[in-house]
Design a protein around this ligand. Sequence first.
Ligand SMILES: Cc1cc2nc3c(=O)[nH]c(=O)nc-3n(C[C@H](O)[C@H](O)[C@H](O)COP(=O)(O)OP(=O)(O)OC[C@H]3O[C@@H](n4cnc5c(N)ncnc54)[C@H](O)[C@@H]3O)c2cc1C
Length: 431
Amino acid sequence: MSSIKRTDSTGFPLNIAVIGAGISGICTAYLLQKKHRVTLYEKNDYFGGHTHTVMIPDGPDRGTPVDTGFIVLNPRTYPNFIKFLDLLGVAISPTAMSFGYYCKPTGLYYATQGLNSLFAQRANIVNPKYWRFIYEIVRFLGQLRKSYLENRLESITLGEYIDKQGFHQEVVTQFILPMASAIWSGPGRQMMAFPLDIFARFYENHGLLSVRNHPPWYFVRGGSHTYVRAFLDAFLGRAVKQSPVRGIKRENGEITLHFKGGGQEIFDAVVVATHGDQALELLEDPDADEKRLLGTWTYSRNETWLHTDRSVMPPDTRAWACWNYTREMDSDHRSPVMVTYYMNRLQRLKTVRPYFVSLNPGKHISGKEVIQKMTYTHPRFSFDAFDTQTALSQINGRQNTYFCGSYFGYGFHEDGVNSALAVAKKFGIDL
Ligand SMILES: Cc1cc2nc3c(=O)[nH]c(=O)nc-3n(C[C@H](O)[C@H](O)[C@H](O)COP(=O)(O)OP(=O)(O)OC[C@H]3O[C@@H](n4cnc5c(N)ncnc54)[C@H](O)[C@@H]3O)c2cc1C
């Protein structure tokens, strides 16, 4: 790998490396190129990280772009990402957002897109147990909203709150935990450890604590890779894929990147836009703060399959939602979350076959229906993890090293953009 000539350290522009081409790295590179020479390194054979669009390879829907990672956004909670898309000239289209639950052991299924889906199983109209379940959902959401708005939430976990308030077990296992698991792609046990105030703030901001007040949702027209391509067209720096960085050495004010394939390059500054745990692994000489703060972040692995197997969905299409949580016959509280995104609805696909993206489907999906398998990792959010965010922002820039990623927020696209903006601000650059 050739070596880039380093600019004079008093000169302008700086020579900056950005490691990782997810939304955080892409947005950082886009911003920093306004004043500096930027090189963006990505280990995968595509740019985008969790922004990952797969083209249907054959059959009647050949060439259809299906998103297997990042899919949706809304104007209320993604203002900076939308601004970024506007700058890139990328169009968005309206979509729907709904949650569905399907429990194979009990046979229960429902969805949240109106009464027809809530009572997809018509027998539930006259089932007192089901009415009590609905009553408990309303009680949980209403009570949490009230406490949040009145600023009365204690510093406890979601699990502790559930125990304290004595919510009925059915609403916990059939609504609260499955929905949180679907949002954060973690098992129920992990969701129980989620800090309650942050959970409530996120739900309230997204209109999830009320029956009305939901933001309108959008997807990126043509698939989420459209904005990655638009970025690459607008990027004046160097973007290199299949280029995994092995280590970052900081010495005498210089940054040396070592690559897995061999070779090294020298920079004035580095922005590490990988996940938190990966960032720490890359540092050859992490200081005590970096070890402590980045070391707090752990991630859960989710096998993610793009497929056409409708057996993961409820038997009645009235209960097919955009995000569908499935409890399999053999699953327990330790099982990885199994969520299926119904892509035809989310991306408004007009295809002959239905397309699904399932997290952790394991043996439950027929091999011949699988189009592509991916592995994505998601941050595990806990009090300790959230506690690092402010301090991490404060050490940004030390030893010419900056960190960004969606783990600086709630783990979503807007968080990645905001973390990129925070890094860019340190260089005097804004969106
Ligand atoms: C299935 C799924 C669905 C999702 N849906 C949504 C959604 O609808 N809306 C939403 O807002 N969020 C969604 N998310 C959350 C998503 O994780 C975030 O929105 C965001 O895309 C994460 O961006 P990031 O830049 O922090 O990390 P990533 O996108 O993971 O980017 C990090 C990059 O760093 C690269 N990298 C790591 N190590 C190295 C190395 N040593 N050298 C070079 N490169 C390296 C990685 O390959 C990767 O490309 C979803 C996530 C998944 C997995």
